[in-house]
Design a protein around this ligand. Structure first.
Ligand SMILES: C[S@@+](CC[C@H](N)C(=O)[O-])C[C@H]1O[C@@H](n2cnc3c(N)ncnc32)[C@H](O)[C@@H]1O
Length: 249
């Protein structure tokens, strides 16, 4: 792509991370805390353990948005804050693309307060009961003139619809090896010279290996900026692990 040399962020990846990561603190459970059945605790008390557990020292909409706090999600407030803060730092008009929205949490976290950023979500609602209605209820709240949602398979989306350089890419679609790798490969031709890529569920070997295979032998082009592991899935810190990768193209 001709635009792929354009920069997505007005600052270096290291400077950006140093503005964001130190703002995240955990009250009680830290990423290495062993918690049995974290998901059950969340369901039983219908309160979000991660909301209680997380302190964000930043004036972020993620701190104060009751709709986001109450959402059913496969992610956490800490991950959502990072998504919001990275999207906020995109150059005006920059593109945040989220493959795999489910009810919308990771997508809406990027959109909240970031109406001048171009936010794109893609989901075919093929998993976890396909919560289409719930998604659209939430989408109506966060929608802006610059947001788009594609209810379709992500491969089809990239093949037939996607055009713009991507500044920030969150792949949270199917996490089997082939899709995890392909989800990065199909997006790659659209990466800007300094795209940030966030992948979650990186505690799982399959996800980790596919992601590492994607960047293997290309340390001049891709750098792992953050690799947060947690003691288990559904963890009220960084969920099932996250990795942030910087593209230097
Ligand atoms: C782990 S969930 C996403 C969780 C979400 N990011 C959140 O904040 O809660 C994975 C999503 O990927 C979607 N998905 C699965 N296969 C897909 C495909 N081929 N194309 C697009 N979306 C897909 C599923 O419908 C599901 O909603």
């Amino acid at each position: 792509m001709s635009e792929s040399s354009s920069r997505a962020f007005p600052m270096s990846h290291d400077d950006l991370l140093s503005e964001i990561r130190p703002n995240i603190h955990f009250r009680h459970f830290t990423p290495d805390s062993q918690i049995k059945n974290a998901g059950v605790v969340i369901d039983t008390y219908s309160a979000r353990l991660d909301v209680f557990n997380t302190v964000i020292n930043d004036a972020s909409p993620i701190n104060v948005d009751p709709f986001l706090h109450a959402m059913t999600r496969m992610s956490t407030i800490a991950n959502g804050y990072m998504i919001n803060a990275i999207t906020k730092r995109l150059n005006p008009g920059g593109v945040y693309l989220n493959v795999g929205t489910f009810e919308g949490f990771t997508f809406f976290c990027g959109m909240a307060g970031n109406e001048t950023r171009h936010c794109i979500g893609v989901d075919n609602f093929s998993q976890f009961g396909g919560p289409r209605e719930k998604f659209f209820q939430g989408y109506r709240r966060y929608k802006s003139k610059k947001s788009e949602f594609y209810n379709m398979d992500y491969v089809k989306y990239f093949k037939d619809y996607h055009k713009l350089p991507i500044g920030f890419y969150v792949y949270d679609g199917p996490h089997d090896y082939d899709n995890q790798l392909n989800g990065l490969k199909v997006a790659e031709p659209f990466f800007s010279s300094d795209t940030l890529i966030l992948v979650d569920d990186t505690n799982d070997d399959v996800v980790r290996n596919a992601t590492l295979d994607f960047i293997a032998g290309r340390t001049d082009k891709y750098r792992i900026l953050l690799d947060e592991k947690t003691a288990g899935n559904e963890h009220p810190t960084f969920w099932n692990g996250i990795m942030l990768i910087g593209h230097n193209g």
